[in-house]
Write a protein that binds this ligand. Structure first.
Ligand SMILES: Cc1cc2nc3c(=O)[nH]c(=O)nc-3n(C[C@H](O)[C@H](O)[C@H](O)COP(=O)(O)OP(=O)(O)OC[C@H]3O[C@@H](n4cnc5c(N)ncnc54)[C@H](O)[C@@H]3O)c2cc1C
Ligand code: SF4
Length: 484
């Protein structure tokens, strides 16, 4: 283990942020990398538990106590090798993951958990800085061709794994740039896109072919794909945003969060966008519906654009400061969280129902009408307080209430895939959809989730695809032998 008495001597220390007055005037990442000493201190705190629950919490099964110990010992390169053995893109999870591993860290029972995520990002950034991460194309190619549809974290992880196994992988992406929500959903201040591009350059140098600007089902049919590829992995995400069906929803100035965030990400990338369709928050009174991470991303974006005021409204009640009795360790702690964006300003209101939107008389939203509610019996039973109904001025309303599942695209129509009751793509235990040879991974089959789950799914699906391709070639070889 790290230092036997480390957890008694050293407190939890997480990455520092750039000052609010500085960072809200640019789009660069909020968090600073930790000094090596601090990271090693967190490695020292790890108790190398007999049953490391952090493993169980991490969907990737990261070998956390092993790299904690190696970092404490200053053996960074070995730590990186352990980290890379389970995680294709630690620079992404180390920045963006809410760290379920930390929620299940044993130290968290009696103290603050090890700052695992900070150790992770420090290891991978050290590896890049030292030049330990270089393209490693597979030594042997199998001759099998696999198409991956969608270039978010699920598609990229599946492509990486299949390419390493020697298959020739092509990733098709509808958008003009590769990356899925990493590119156009998550704001620059959480993930500078240069970090993503650095990884994409490696994947390309290792032999993965990227085809952005190709919408499968429109620009190319699945039938065409089938003729050129032995297997297809659908990683097209869960892109259907949850809407709000209340009076006034049709007014101008009410937008889905992803449309708003995409536009800003495009501007950060240097795109020149037409003025019509502009959704800037500059000088506006902004109301965000949805108290989750997407809402917080809108909050940070609105402040950087120069919003006059920002309110973030949430239907559910404010979570408790510490774990409730029905939420014991090692479950994910359902507690009140404050992201870096919340430290930059704005107001958060909980237990609020939106009744409708008011017009300024010219077809544009001017206010939100809402009512405070009580959660009487669990999550779904609400009782309002009509006498406390309020009107909140709003020039821009952003709907950040999650996603209901994959969009009904021509791709899905062409394949006519079996769907689950939740509206996601059905798959069997071997990650295959109802269509033979067509697999799926990520949000498309799981529903709206996390990057770490998308990557874990992509890895699992890749393993299943590789096994299936082997069966196919065995079958083909057997058939060929019989024919001889
Ligand atoms: C604003 C926002 C912020 C988030 N922040 C975080 C965070 O900080 N941490 C975290 O863990 N998770 C976060 N998430 C969730 C996370 O981004 C997703 O769970 C994850 O990206 C899902 O990965 P995926 O590969 O399944 O799909 P996606 O990332 O959605 O990628 C799917 C891709 O498929 C493409 N596609 C769809 N149909 C076709 C087609 N027919 N042909 C070609 N391409 C197609 C789409 O254009 C898209 O690029 C956030 C989500 C949002 C919306
Ligand atoms: S649960 Fe926490 S203390 Fe135990 S091995 Fe994992 S990171 Fe270390």
């Amino acid at each position: 283990m790290g230092k036997p008495t480390g957890f008694l001597e050293i407190g939890r220390r997480t990455a520092r942020t750039r000052p609010v007055h500085e960072r809200t005037h640019d789009w660069q990442e909020i968090y600073l990398l930790q000094p090596a000493d601090d990271v090693q201190g967190q490695g020292a705190r790890c108790m190398d538990c007999g049953i490391p629950f952090c493993h169980q919490g991490c969907p990737l099964g990261n070998l956390i106590p092993e790299w904690n110990d190696l970092v404490y010992a200053g053996r960074w390169q070995q730590a990186f090798q352990r980290l890379a053995s389970t995680n294709n893109f630690p620079e992404l999870t180390g920045r963006l993951c809410p760290a379920p591993c930390e929620g299940s860290c044993v130290l968290g029972i009696a103290d603050d958990p090890v700052a695992i995520k900070d150790v992770e990002v420090a290891i991978v950034e050290r590896a890049f800085a030292e030049g330990w991460i270089v393209p490693r194309p597979p030594a042997v190619r199998t001759g099998r061709r696999v198409a991956v549809v969608g270039s978010g974290p699920a598609g990229l992880a599946a492509a990486d794994q299949l390419n390493r196994a020697g298959h020739q992988v092509t990733v098709f992406e509808r958008a003009d740039r590769i990356g899925g929500l990493l590119r156009y959903g998550i704001p620059e201040f959480k993930l500078e896109k240069g970090i993503l591009d650095r990884r994409l350059a490696l994947l390309e140098a290792e032999g993965i072919v990227f085809r952005p600007g190709v919408d499968i089902g429109i620009d190319m049919s699945v039938g065409d794909l089938r003729r050129s590829f032995q297997a297809i992995v659908l990683c097209a995400g869960a892109e259907q945003p949850r809407d709000l069906h209340v009076p006034g929803r049709e007014l101008d100035g009410i937008h889905f969060a992803v449309d708003y965030l995409t536009r800003q990400n495009r501007l950060c990338a240097g795109d020149v966008l037409p003025a019509e369709g502009d959704i800037s928050a500059a000088g506006k009174r902004v109301v965000i519906l949805g108290g989750g991470d997407t809402g917080a991303d809108c909050l940070g974006t609105a402040h950087r654009q120069g919003a006059r005021s920002v309110h973030q409204l949430e239907l559910m009640g404010q979570p408790p400061a510490t774990r409730g009795p029905g939420n014991p360790w090692p479950e994910w702690p359902r507690v009140f969280r404050t992201s870096a964006a919340h430290h930059e300003g704005g107001e958060r209101w909980f237990s609020v129902v939106t009744e409708g939107f008011l017009s300024n008389g010219s077809g544009r939203v001017s206010a939100l009408q809402g009512v405070p509610v009580e959660h009487t019996h669990g999550r779904d039973a609400l009782s309002g307080h009509p006498q406390e109904s309020f009107v909140l001025p709003a020039d821009l309303v952003l709907l950040a209430m999650g996603f209901t599942g994959p969009r009904p695209t021509p791709l899905l129509a062409e394949l006519n895939l079996r769907m689950t009751e939740r509206g996601t793509v059905w798959r069997d235990a071997a990650w295959m959809t109802s269509e033979p040879g067509v697999f799926t991974a990520g949000d498309m089959q799981r529903g709206q989730s996390l990057i770490v789950w998308a990557m874990a799914d992509g890895r699992s699906a890749a393993r299943a695809v590789a096994g299936w391709l082997m069966t196919q070639s065995d079958l083909r070889a057997a058939t060929a032998r019989r024919e001889v």
